[in-house]
Design a binder for this molecule. Structure first.
Ligand code: PLP
Length: 403
């Protein structure tokens, strides 16, 4: 519509209608002070160790996404970028089909909803898993499932023996028989050895179990070990993988499985209110992340290992072997607390951000300088016999490696 015709059409509206239009207007381009703050925040992400979800999409990702994006309605499966992404990741994972899901939590919840059929039933998982700890009790709410959260006997991974000890196989009417074994890889940044997974899956299959993998960071396992994703996914009926964590896309996860399961998952995604329309732009960001960010993970892992080694050399205890992007530590042997370190880091002239918990996460935008500065800070706190008192209050992170 030409400007004059648009103007003429508007002038036929009543003052009340025009007021409705005026009230709805929002110009985000004039938030200049927030934009300046955000530019500074983008730079500070290089010094943010809270999570790998804090990354900001780089300009090149956004430009690529604008250039290639499709505009189809994904609810009708008419978005060709999303269709192509789903097919590509399903192929990579050796599965028949994939479904774009807005978050990892929803991916796990929909997967369980698909795999579980008729309550009562239970799902066996690691006590530390996201499913058990951080999904707001979703398995009970969404699927009516009881969780059996198991503490691994070796303190590291669920073994076949752990599973055998806790799984409920009886058909005695007093029990909620286990129908799904849900594993997580990586879990707290550690790689679950594939041999152990194969043993658990083989036992599970013998007893009619379905297998789900929370593979939010399975990319890290593939890159670190060189095992193809198809091999890593093969023991599982369903796998969730995230684009918005280690890979640095702004949003999105994918659930892969058989054609039949994914068709059902599409229905549950609608029921959960998670079906979205023109999501080509998000799929394009995910494609960019796969193409350009996966290759950054080896460097992320070596930065995390360098940080862990540096802390250990000062006498700090590293409580979980560092294999990918997370460092779990306990500074009590050198007379410090995690809160001390986080609050002193926040008070640096160029602040370093970390939760006051025993976890730090390295991501694709973490700088080498930030790692050097964090190590320097901790060294000086130890040398000076403790905190300076200049520290500021910090948030305690929700994530902790307690067993
Ligand atoms: C292992 C794991 N699974 C699932 C999720 C949930 O992902 P989202 O935050 O996208 O719901 C997370 C989030 O950090 C995670 O670490």
């Amino acid at each position: 519509m030409s400007r004059t015709r648009a103007g003429a059409a508007l002038s036929t509206l009543s003052p009340a209608q025009q007021a409705v239009l005026e009230a709805a207007k929002l110009d985000l381009s004039n938030l200049s002070s927030e934009r300046t703050a955000q530019d500074a925040e983008r730079r500070s992400l290089a010094r943010d160790f809270c999570s790998d979800t804090v990354t900001a999409p780089p300009q090149a990702m956004l430009e690529y996404a604008f250039k290639v994006t499709s505009f189809g309605d994904d609810v009708f499966q008419r978005d060709y970028c999303t269709n192509a992404l789903e097919k590509h990741v399903a192929n990579l994972c050796g599965k028949e089909a994939g479904l774009f899901i807005s978050s990892g939590t929803m991916g796990n919840q929909i997967a369980l909803r698909c795999l579980l059929e008729q309550p009562p039933y239970s799902v066996l998982c690691d006590q530390r898993s996201h499913l058990s700890q951080y999904e707001t009790g979703g398995a009970a709410y969404n699927s009516g499932a009881t969780l059996i959260p198991v503490v691994p006997s070796d303190g590291r991974f669920l073994s076949l023996e752990d599973v055998k000890k806790h799984i409920i196989l009886t058909d005695d009417i007093h029990y909620a028989t286990t129908q799904v074994i849900a594993l997580e890889n990586t879990l707290n940044g550690s790689v679950h050895p594939q041999q152990s997974i194969l043993e658990i899956a083989s036992f599970g299959k013998q007893h009619g179990m379905k297998m789900h993998l929370d593979g939010a960071r399975l990319w890290h396992v593939a890159v670190e070990t060189g095992q193809p994703l198809s091999e890593l996914c093969s023991p599982f009926d369903t796998v969730t993988l995230c684009f918005s964590k280690g890979l640095g896309a702004p949003a999105g996860s994918i659930l892969v499985g058989t054609e039949k399961t994914i068709a059902l998952a599409r229905r549950y995604r609608k029921l959960f209110g998670g079906a979205m329309r023109q999501i080509g732009i998000l799929s394009a960001c995910a494609a960019y992340a796969l193409t350009h960010h996966l290759s950054l993970l080896p460097s992320v892992h070596s930065k995390a290992k360098r940080l862990a080694q540096g802390l250990q050399d000062m006498g700090i205890s590293i409580t979980t072997p560092v294999e990918t992007c997370m460092v779990w530590f306990d500074p009590s042997p050198v007379g410090l607390t995690t809160e001390n370190i986080a609050s002193e880091a926040a008070a640096l002239q160029e602040p370093i951000t970390m939760f006051g918990s025993n976890r730090v996460v390295v991501h694709i935008q973490t700088s080498d300088e930030a790692i050097d500065d964090l190590l320097r800070l901790v060294r000086s706190l130890i040398q000076n016999g403790g905190p300076t008192g200049r520290g500021t209050t910090v948030l305690r992170g929700v994530y902790s490696a307690r067993l």
